[in-house]
Every structure is written in structure tokens, then in C-alpha cells.
Design a protein around this ligand. Structure first.
Ligand code: LLP
Length: 462
């Protein structure tokens, strides 16, 4: 394995991009034809074989990231924990298959994710079921499947679950989602632990303690511990440590009233590299994030005389984002003199809504001319019928021509997962690449798929 590989940062002089510096990265490289490769597969050949738009994932990178986390827990916490892949980042049967083989658990947030995991043969006891408003039907499905843990996030849910378990004569292991009140530096849509949040019970205002007491009074729920998740795309180690400190102080208070927390789930949220100014973290850097967190937990437990809890983390983005790219074919190019150049591709907000939702930035590269310097700044336009349908603005790119293949990097997380059939565009298929070999893990949609659930009442045919 050991691919010699890329990374790209724009070198600039007075606003003009002079070229791209190549760094070392495991997933991507430029081959002797000047084509971009992912996981040993030539992107131009992939585009020819599978057509575009196409999501491509490097299995080796996904597995490497899963191992980094698992091995850190093994090494630094005596293996007393479990890595849960936050499958909302990219949920499909193949991902649950990989997570199972790597010995991970998974976090699911809907009946649909649970169904997909189970259909892929994922062991129920290693599934944690999340959601701030799980439907009664989803709670039933979780109980039917025998999921290991349900993460309770409302009084209504706790009471419903108690009733359901009572009726079944079973006890369910649960965690309670708490809110440590940490403001993480990220887009406010993906901050989850500020005082004003739809998630979790606040430690600061006493709700978490009151809810703990309530769950402990429910005989069919076994409160194993707590969960918190402060947000996503976070780079500051301190934010995670601060959250852990606040959780431990809370556990110390509970200990006084005789409750011992067995499990602590610190959620996900580690940031990834998307574009020019982002920090690029090698896999070992993620081990450092987790080490810092483990260090805080050990220190806090020693300080408060707490038993070290079984530790859970839930990385999603950092496992799969950089393992994925999306390939497009360049269509129309529109240059508005003195204003902007639009390079339109055969995808758009229906397969990657992140620019539209969060103003997210990405890096694009011409996969068939990967050695050419990025001499221009362009806006990548999607094909949907609205002006806001862009994949990015002012992106450094080499001179593009119709028919070129564009790779947008770091699209593995929350792209396919958030895709839609807007404008009745087809959601692109996904292929998994492993040491140069590629195969479908999500097959192409067809027009027939689009109308499968449509009903045309007779009276509308006349
Ligand atoms: N655990 C919980 C409870 C979560 O809510 C999330 C993400 C994770 C774990 C995984 O976080 P990660 O390691 O992936 O940062 N659609 C947005 C991201 C939403 C994140 C939602 N929760 C985006 O595209 O940026």
C-alpha cells in the first residue's frame, strides 16, 4: 500500500494562484498520466466506467481511520471502550459491513438507519439508537431489533420506552443525553451543546440531574450512563476536553447521591480538511484528539474519585469524509467578464447540498489534468434550477474545458447522506475502491425509481 500521495494548497502571489503544492496523503495521488487517483484507481477511468456524477470511497482510508480510534482506546484506555461509527455521515449497507469487520459499534438516528444496519447483518447489541424525537414506531423497532442502547433525549421518550419495555417484560439499557453547555467553534447549525439547543438536558440548569433521577425511578430502564455531543467539524481539542470536564463534574455530583456512571459517550465532531485554510490532520493527529480526551477523563476520574467509565466516541465525518470524492463532468462554462466564471457540472445541490446549507468550502481538481496549476478562481455550478445551486464559489481550479472530469475532494461525509431527488435528478451511485479495484456499493438510481411511489389517480388521466 503506501501510496505516495497528495495534498493541495494554493500558492499565491498578489491574489494570483501560482500553483498547487503537493503534500503527502494516503488516499489521493497523481499518476504518471497526470490523472488523479483515489485508492489506486484512476479517476478518469472510474468516470468512464461508472459515468458521472459518481461518489467514490477509498476503503483503505475508511478502515485506517476506524483503526486509529480503536487502537487509541486499546492503547490508552486498556480497550475499555468502543468506537461507534456515526452512520449518519454515510449510511449504506457496505459501511455497516466495514464497521462490523473493524470491530466498531454504530450510532443510528432513525428507523431507516437501524433497518439498513440490521439488513447488513450488523449486531444489534453494538447499536446505539439516537434521536431527539424518536417516533414511537422507531422505539418499537429498536426494541424488536434488540439494540444494545437507546440514548434517551426527552421525558416523553423515557416514559414511552418504560411503557413499551414493561409491556414486553424486558429491561432496556439506556444512556441519557446531557448538554454540557460548551460552545464549539463551528457553524451554528451543527453546534449542539449551547444553552439554546434542541438536544440534551442541561447540566447547568439542573435538568440533567432531574432527568437522571426520573430515569432511575423507571424500573424497566437501566441507566448505564450519559451521552454528549458538542457539535461537528470542530478542531479545538480544548472543546472536547472542556465537555468531558463538565460531564465528570456532573458525575461527581451524582456520585454523592449514590449513582455510579458505567458508560460515558463523548459523541463525535472531530474536524476534517476541506479547503485551503483548513487544518490538515493526519490519521495520527486524530489519535492525539482522542488521547487528549482520554487524558482529561482519566485525570477527572482521579480528581473526583470516580470509577473510569466505559468510554464511547462517535466519529462520523472524520472516518469517512476524506475517504470520499465526487467525480463530475464539466458541461457549460459561462464567463461573466470582470465578475465571475461559472463551471457547470452534472451534479449539484441534489447530491451535495452543503454549500447551500452551510456555505461549506471544498477543493476541486481537474482529475484528467491533475498536474496543471490552478490558475483560475471559479464557481462550480450545479444543474438545478436555482441560482443558489452551487458546489462552491471562488475555488482555485486549472483552466477547465467542457468534458473535463472534476473531482471535488472530501465529500465522503454528509453528501450522499443528505442527497435528494430535487428537480427529479437521480442520486448518483457510489463505488468503493480498494487497492485499485472498484465496485458499486450503491447502484445507480433509474427514472423508474423516481416514479415508483407515485400514484396517478384514474381521474387525473382523463
Ligand atoms: N454523534 C451525534 C449524536 C451526532 O449528532 C453527530 C453528528 C455525530 C455523533 C457525528 O459527528 P461527526 O463526527 O460526523 O462530526 N450535516 C452536517 C453535519 C451534522 C452533524 C450531525 N451530528 C454537515 O454536513 O456538516
Amino acid at each position: 500500500m503506501n501510496l505516495r500521495v497528495i495534498f493541495l494548497t494554493a500558492r499565491r502571489n498578489r491574489g494570483i494562484i501560482l500553483g498547487m503544492d503537493i503534500h503527502t496523503r494516503e488516499t489521493l495521488k497523481i499518476n504518471e498520466k497526470g490523472h488523479l487517483e483515489i485508492g489506486g484507481a484512476d479517476c478518469v477511468a472510474l468516470a468512464e466506467r461508472f459515468s458521472t456524477p459518481l461518489y467514490v470511497f477509498d476503503e483503505v482510508h475508511i478502515r485506517a481511520m476506524m483503526r486509529v480510534y480503536r487502537e487509541t482506546i486499546d492503547r490508552e484506555y486498556g480497550g475499555y471502550g468502543c468506537v461507534l461509527y456515526a452512520s449518519k455521515a454515510f449510511s449504506c449497507m457496505a459501511m455497516y459491513g466495514i464497521a462490523r469487520q473493524e470491530g466498531l459499534g454504530v450510532d443510528v438516528v432513525s428507523g431507516g438507519e437501524l433497518y439498513t444496519a440490521r439488513k447488513a447483518g450488523f449486531p444489534a447489541e453494538k447499536i446505539y439508537m439516537h434521536g431527539n424525537n424518536k417516533l414511537p414506531s422507531e422505539l418499537e423497532e429498536a426494541l424488536d431489533a434488540g439494540v444494545g442502547h437507546i440514548v434517551v433525549d426527552s421525558m416523553l421518550e423515557a416514559d414511552r420506552l418504560e411503557e413499551m419495555c414493561k409491556a414486553r417484560g424486558k429491561t432496556q439499557r439506556v444512556l441519557l443525553r446531557i448538554n454540557p453547555g460548551v460552545e464549539a467553534h463551528t457553524h451554528h447549525f451543527v453546534q449542539t451543546a449551547t444553552p439554546d439547543s434542541k438536544f440534551g438536558f442541561s447540566i447547568a440548569n439542573g435538568d440533567a440531574a432531574r432527568m437522571t433521577e426520573h430515569i432511575l425511578s423507571l424500573p424497566h430502564l437501566e441507566l448505564r450512563g450519559f451521552h454528549c455531543h458538542i457539535g461537528s467539524q470542530i478542531f479545538e481539542k480544548e472543546s472536547f476536553s472542556l465537555a468531558a470536564e463538565k460531564c465528570l463534574a456532573f458525575l461527581a455530583e451524582l456520585k454523592k447521591s449514590g449513582y455510579t456512571c458505567e458508560e460515558l459517550n463523548m459523541g463525535g465532531g472531530f474536524g476534517v480538511w476541506y479547503a485551503e485554510d483548513d487544518r490538515m490532520i493526519p490519521p495520527s493527529g486524530y489519535a492525539e484528539y482522542l488521547s487528549a480526551l482520554i487524558g482529561t477523563i482519566k485525570t477527572g476520574c482521579a480528581k473526583y474519585g470516580l470509577k473510569e467509565p466505559f468510554l464511547l466516541i462517535e466519529p462520523g465525518r472524520s472516518i469517512v469524509a476524506e475517504a470520499g470524492i465526487t467525480l463530475y463532468t464539466v458541461g457549460a462554462i459561462r464567463e461573466i467578464k470582470g465578475l465571475r466564471k461559472y463551471v457547470a457540472v452534472d451534479g449539484g445541490m441534489f447530491e451535495n447540498p452543503r454549500y447551500c446549507l452551510y456555505g461549506s468550502r471544498y477543493t476541486a481538481i481537474l482529475a484528467n489534468k491533475a498536474n496543471e496549476p490552478a490558475t483560475e478562481r471559479v464557481s462550480l455550478a450545479g444543474k438545478c434550477c436555482e441560482s443558489g445551486d452551487l458546489l462552491g464559489v471562488d475555488m482555485p481550479l486549472a483552466h477547465a474545458e467542457t468534458g473535463d472530469i472534476i473531482a471535488v475532494l472530501t465529500t465522503g461525509a454528509y453528501n450522499y447522506a443528505m442527497a435528494s431527488n430535487y428537480n427529479r435528478n437521480l442520486i448518483p451511485p457510489a463505488v468503493l475502491v480498494n487497492e485499485g479495484e472498484a465496485e458499486y456499493i450503491i447502484r445507480p438510481q433509474t427514472y423508474e425509481d423516481l416514479t415508483r411511489n407515485d400514484i396517478l389517480p384514474d381521474r387525473l388521466t382523463k
